[in-house]
Design a protein around this ligand. Sequence first.
Ligand SMILES: O=P(O)(O)OC[C@H]1O[C@](O)(COP(=O)(O)O)[C@@H](O)[C@@H]1O
Ligand SMILES: [Mg+2]
Ligand SMILES: [Mg+2]
Length: 344
Amino acid sequence: MKPVSLIQFLIEERRAGHINAELSLLIEVVARACKRISVATNKGALGGVLGMAAGEGDAASINVQGEAQKKLDVISNEILLEANAWGGHLAACASEEMEDPQPIPDMYPKGNHLLLFDPLDGSSNIDVNISVGTIFSVLRCPDGVTEPKAEHFLQAGTEQLAAGYVVYGPATVMVLTFGHGTHEFTLDREVGSFVLSRREIRIPEATGEFAINMSNQRHWEAPMQRYVGELLAGRDGPRGRDFNMRWVASMVADVHRIITRGGVFFYPLDAKIRAQGGKLRLMYEANPMALIVEQAGGAATTGRERILDVPPTGLHQRVPVFLGSREEVERATHYHREVDGLRG
Ligand SMILES: O=P(O)(O)OC[C@H]1O[C@](O)(COP(=O)(O)O)[C@@H](O)[C@@H]1O
Ligand SMILES: [Mg+2]
Ligand SMILES: [Mg+2]
């Protein structure tokens, strides 16, 4: 079969009426920016991009989440902002690395879309040469809004027009959805273009593999203790089978494994992070991943409700995340809802 490039795929999606020309251009621009991030991550120590970003004096730079920034967090953020500034496809961008949304400069034409991104996900892994990635989500700019503020980004995940991630691993791979299936593209480094490698990905409904940071176990809520306890009990426990465990600590890499061979990923609420609502960010981590996973036949909840239905209250809002193979997400969610006295 003849290879299908990302550009050809976008034309097909336009013809099918799934996207318009402006959204197609936006995705092309994001893909181009991600190729540049891929080049920067691939250079590793030789590119001078490893280590912490410099802040005041000898201190490391801190982002809006109070987390120390890696040099590549800052570089990836700048690549995405710069690439998207002038194309006329966006009204504003919002990022994990910026407190407030960044409007498109007045000197450039403005479009009707809002782009949110986690420019470098799993950045604690960058110095040890483990996969990292970029996550993005596209929303429509509300009608009549010429200078979008944070409140204009606060739309439920069901409103996303597109969602995607790119994993910078042994191969650079983009996974994309417009709400009509989830598709994978692999970067052909010689040619410099993304090529369709899997169309209409399906996540198996059942799985024997889970991903969670077990070091937080003592802080989890009772239903999470119960659920994981049953998995760990294996063949002799109530589930009557053994389960395998994996944790990369790059959400993109963990989700990509699930998209490829099934599995389930949890970043639950725990006593340490209860006050902030969870670890992962709703608008540019949980929502795009939830749409990608649902479009591949999987499920995504906060442990209590569907992620895509969560009403957003802040640009950097955090939520618990349960996603992947439907049967396990539903079982873990049921244990939580049961304890809360909820049905389902
Ligand atoms: O270090 P922990 O607590 O296991 O958390 C790992 C999680 O944190 C993240 O690294 C958060 O993303 P950022 O690197 O973008 O802040 C996820 O990719 C990952 O799943
Ligand atoms: Mg992240
Ligand atoms: Mg990040």
